[in-house]
Design a protein around this ligand. Structure first.
Ligand code: FES
Length: 95
């Protein structure tokens, strides 16, 4: 799977292990969940009704386009939540 975001700097931060749709992944300390996901995948989630790929829109907590869910059922805005070690994110994406 390729990623939609590619790091060009700021890579000298601590690694943060997390899980994305059951797959072990690594983010960097200070990454938002959105950054953590989009450096691993080609979409943040899929739209509820159309199934079209989404990658967030405003990236500042206003548009509601980046909701993802944790395995325990908690929902969070990916653009305004920092990734944490052991976080288990479920996007509902099948690709
Ligand atoms: S991308 Fe708009 S609220 Fe997260």
């Amino acid at each position: 799977m390729s990623a939609i975001l590619h790091r060009i700097g700021g890579v000298d931060r601590e690694s943060v292990p997390f899980e994305l749709d059951g797959r072990p992944c690594t983010a960097l300390e200070g990454d938002t969940v959105l950054t953590a996901i989009l450096t691993q995948a080609t979409r943040l989630r899929e739209a509820e009704f159309s199934g079209t790929p989404r990658a967030g829109f405003c990236l500042m907590g206003a548009c509601q386009d980046c909701w993802v869910q944790l395995v325990d059922g908690e929902r969070l805005r990916a653009c305004s939540t920092f990734v944490e070690p052991g976080m288990r994110v479920r996007t509902g994406s099948t690709r």
